[in-house]
Design a protein around this ligand. Sequence first.
Ligand code: FES
Length: 87
Amino acid sequence: MYKHNIHICLGSSCFSRGNEELLELIKDYLSKNNLKEKTDFRGHLCSGECKCGPNLTIDGQEYHNLKIENIEKILDRHFRKETVTEI
Ligand code: FES
């Protein structure tokens, strides 16, 4: 059973506006922090919110207009407590 979920929009608009790169960054982050096995990370098709993309949802929290430079901070905010307690 997964503890977390990350759903990334892989529709053409979000994909071309940044989610192609964010997908790789998130995969790297999950691997680096031993979160891969605990996280259901999946893509989905366009949800009709292209104008506020690229879009991502982490544990039910929606993020819009994502910037590549902010993704690590966002992931840290969600996962920091867990990665710290595992040390
Ligand atoms: S492509 Fe992501 S909401 Fe449309």
